[in-house]
Design a protein around this ligand. Sequence first.
Ligand code: SAM
Length: 223
Amino acid sequence: MTDSNSGSNCDSDSNFLTRTRVFYDTVAEDYAERFRDVLTVTPIDRALIDAFAELVGRGGAVADLGCGPGRVTAYLDSLGLSVFGLDLSESMLAIARRENPGLRFERGSMLELDVADGSLAGVVSWYSSIHTPVDELPRLFGEFLRVLAPGGHLLIAFQVGDEPKRHDKPFGHDVILDFLRRQPETVVELLEAAGFALVSRTVREPDASELSRQAFLIARRPG
Ligand SMILES: C[S@@+](CC[C@H](N)C(=O)[O-])C[C@H]1O[C@@H](n2cnc3c(N)ncnc32)[C@H](O)[C@@H]1O
């Protein structure tokens, strides 16, 4: 059964956002345990976050949007960025706050940020756009652009592919969510249409635990 058509116009905000929130509220503790130390064994991913941090500059204000349990937020903080995390899932945020008591985490949707225009030096979307239907990406990327100051940078990571992936009973829980894979060129086109200039495009092969290639794009708000 595939009821969550990724490109459907019928898939209203409340539907896909609610599905995403319920899914992550359910799997939050297992997800956090599974992915807690992944960055320590993925040097290419880490290097791209390092490059992003250097482009933003020490002390730069950064939002980690769809931060989950806050592992990337904590890494960005360790690189000297002034970062906060935002997520839809209260259970994810509870873990992020518990594990990173010195950092700020807020609840909200990255499609509608309570953040002033042009106020950030960086935006990170680390595997968080993968539940947003493709026809909502122009709106999402428009929101990323809006909150970035001219010259600010975006880092976005996602799985490469054409078909969504559905995990059977993720971590043993009875919840369903599509993990939308995309072609990097599609995402680049949408970023450029939103007003971004592409800075770098990296695609790496899957490691032993992954099912698809992984894409990492860095883009800049011109100006
Ligand atoms: C695959 S997890 C990645 C979490 C984290 N970035 C990491 O790498 O560990 C996706 C996260 O994005 C969040 N998310 C998805 N859509 C969102 C939205 N519209 N606004 C805020 N958070 C969202 C989910 O709640 C979930 O925590």
